[in-house]
Design a binder for this molecule. Structure first.
Ligand code: SRM
Ligand code: SF4
Length: 596
């Protein structure tokens, strides 16, 4: 019997319900069938196994060491101290740590099957949710991390919440499976009024969910809001991006971008990262409706036969941006769209350290190495530190897109207490770090990620120690240079627009991409197909030395690279289209053969 496709599984799931309730009630097994894992993702959880012990367990003829990862969703990364403490407590049901994600969420790893319901129940009762944190739906909506108190930041945060609300999937299955039928809405503001004409034009072809229908989206869908010139959310890597245009201190509307995305497979030119392109500008009142028109265009035109080419970046490339725009506009009866405004961004970095918020209060951005909030031996005691801050200062907390934390709304009178708690636990917010270290990030990879081909989170800090030493030696410690790493080409660490991106190929082997930009608006090229882990710092050093020798006054690394080098091997759009067509023909051939 052939394996059911993801599309078939979603279609047959009756609103993503499947057999999940029965399977999680069954305590006789530590895992669930793979088909159910596909549905489970939409509920914000993944089945995983401990890869550190996989080989030895296989040798001993033991089953895998199964567990579940749970991802909490919070628009713009906002979480209260009370919610933080609930997550901190839930760490005891997981592997003792929290992982901040680079989409401003929180992951708990290593939850056993019998504990999953309790964890999801507690996350929901805290006022957050795991619904749609993974799966073929709209994911956590990112927003500017800085908690500045002005009309623009207020509006961008409101927009992340409106989008989150509009695109939550609607079936009762989530409440029935995890909350014994209790309906708990996340703490986000209520949906702005849906324009009936737009809803009619964007209606799902069939099924109960007003936007997603019965088969949801062809693939995951990601959105982020950015305020120029700060590109902390990495807007060009998103399916949809939003940038406010301000007139007389008030947000008049948003420029929307589409078609960014980073996943690819090594050596397959029909898969590749794309940067988002401008779509149009719309007035504020129409932004969420315009987003619905984009999401449903992808729902109806995205590739549902080949998951490798199912992201919206491929839909935009295949239709062409003009045809894509026309289709979106057709779904917006009576709504005027305007040419996109010109955008200018200067950096994807976070603003770490102490800053004024604009209302007499302060915020403090704290560096968290690789987003891992743990109390590991010989390392900063992050978990104890933030537990104490949440208990004693009780401030709003924000997860940044670079997996750091911001402590917000701090009374200037409490600054010394916060500093004392950080120091007591060995946590340095940013002082004394190289600028590169503050923003360097690696995806999770081993031991939990089932797709990892190499280490990432566990090795980048060691590589950065050596790179830091070089940066200091060459007098480049304050230079904006972006280092990112991922354990496989899926690109979770967003390596493809970094100055230096390392992409796992196999244990201790990385493809090395160079020549993106700290502004987030340029793709890097493949410079070396394979570099051994231990050779990474030396390879980086060569570029840093050349930069130091050749840079012009005030020139940053990204601009030096663009002026003096050409990026390494990167598929041209033409190569991509040829290979995409060849792949489609091959697949069609395989299907005909199978049918015959
Ligand atoms: Fe990711 C899959 C972790 C951000 C592209 N990602 C995964 C899974 C769930 C592995 C799996 O499918 O079995 C990883 C779980 C590992 C673990 O053990 O925790 C995983 N992705 C992460 C996180 C935690 C990495 C991090 O360092 O923070 C991020 C969670 C964000 C969140 O809160 O939602 C994360 N993933 C990203 C990003 C960056 C972003 O979203 O801004 C990307 C590239 C941008 C994009 O989507 O194009 C990304 N993840 C992928 C892909 C490739 C998608 C594609 O288009 O081909 C996969 C694999 C897949 O979907 O088939 C994937
Ligand atoms: Fe896993 Fe690959 Fe994503 Fe890293 S990039 S978390 S290895 S899927």
């Amino acid at each position: 019997m052939s394996k059911a496709s993801v599309e078939d599984i979603k279609l047959a799931s009756a609103g993503l319900r499947g057999q999940l309730a029965e399977q999680f009630a069954d305590t006789s097994t530590p895992n669930i069938p793979e088909d159910s894992n596909i549905l489970l993702k939409h509920h914000g959880s993944y089945q995983q196994d401990d890869r550190d012990v996989r080989a030895e367990r296989t040798k001993a003829k033991l089953d895998k060491a199964w567990s579940f990862m749970i991802r909490s969703k919070m628009p713009g990364g906002r979480i209260s101290s009370v919610q933080w403490l609930i997550h901190d407590e839930l760490c005891s049901k997981a592997m003792g740590s929290m992982r901040l994600t680079n989409r401003q969420g929180i992951q708990l790893h290593g939850v056993l099957k019998g504990g999953l319901k309790e964890v999801i129940h507690n996350v929901c009762h805290s006022g957050l949710s795991t619904m749609g944190a993974c799966g073929d739906v709209v994911r956590n909506t990112m927003g500017p991390a800085a908690p500045l108190k002005d009309a623009i930041h207020a509006d961008t945060q409101k927009l992340t919440e409106e989008i989150s609300q509009r695109f939550l999937w609607r079936s009762q299955a989530y409440a029935d499976i995890w909350l014994d039928g209790e309906k708990i809405d996340p703490e986000w503001i209520k949906d702005p009024e849906v324009n009936p004409a737009v809803r009619a034009a964007t209606k799902a072809p069939e099924g109960d969910d007003p936007i997603y229908g019965k088969v949801y989206l062809p693939r995951k869908f990601k959105m982020a809001v950015a305020i120029q010139p700060c590109n902390d959310v990495d807007i060009y890597s998103q399916d949809v991006g939003f940038v406010p245009h301000v007139v007389n201190g008030v947000v008049e509307g948003y420029t929307m971008t589409v078609g960014g995305g980073f996943g690819m497979s090594h050596g397959q030119l029909s898969t590749r990262p794309f940067l988002a392109q401008p779509l149009f500008y719309v007035k504020r009142a129409n932004v969420v409706d315009a987003t619905e028109a984009i999401v449903t265009t992808q729902r109806d035109h995205g590739n549902r036969t080949e998951r490798k080419n199912a992201r919206m970046k491929y839909t935009v490339q295949t239709m062409g941006i003009d045809a894509f725009r026309s289709e979106v506009q057709r779904r917006l009866p009576g709504i005027e769209t305007f040419p996109a405004k010109e955008l200018h961004f200067d950096s994807v970095e976070d603003n770490l350290g102490w800053h004024e918020q604009g209302d007499g209060k302060l915020y403090c951005g704290v560096h968290i190495s690789m987003g891992r909030v743990a109390d590991a031996e010989g390392k900063p005691q992050y978990r104890s530190c933030f537990r104490e801050i949440a208990k004693t200062i009780n401030c709003p907390i924000i997860v940044t897109p670079n997996t750091n934390l911001i402590l917000a709304d701090i009374d200037p009178a409490d600054k010394a207490s916060v500093d004392a708690i950080l120091a007591k636990h060995g946590v340095v917010h940013s002082d004394g770090m190289t600028r590169a270290r503050k923003v360097a990030h690696a995806c999770v990879a081993l031991p939990t990620c089932g797709l990892a081909l190499s280490e990432s989170e566990r090795v980048l800090p060691g590589f950065m120690d050596k790179i830091d030493a070089t940066l200091r030696e060459l007098g480049l410690a304050d230079e904006p240079i972006l280092f990112r790493m991922t354990g496989c080409p899926n690109g979770c660490g967003r390596p493809y627009n970094a100055d230096f991106g390392f992409v796992g190929r196999s244990p201790n082997k990385y493809a090395m991409f160079v020549g993106g930009s700290i502004r987030g608006n340029r793709l890097a090229g493949l410079e070396f197909k394979t570099v051994l882990g231990e050779d990474v710092p030396a390879k980086v050093r060569t570029f840093l030395e050349a930069f130091k020798a050749e840079r012009q006054d005030g020139e940053i690394f990204a601009d030096w690279f663009a002026r003096t080098r050409t990026t390494g091997e990167a598929p041209t759009p033409e190569q991509f289209h040829i290979e995409l067509a060849e792949r489609a023909a091959k697949l069609a051939g395989q299907k005909t053969e199978a049918a015959g």
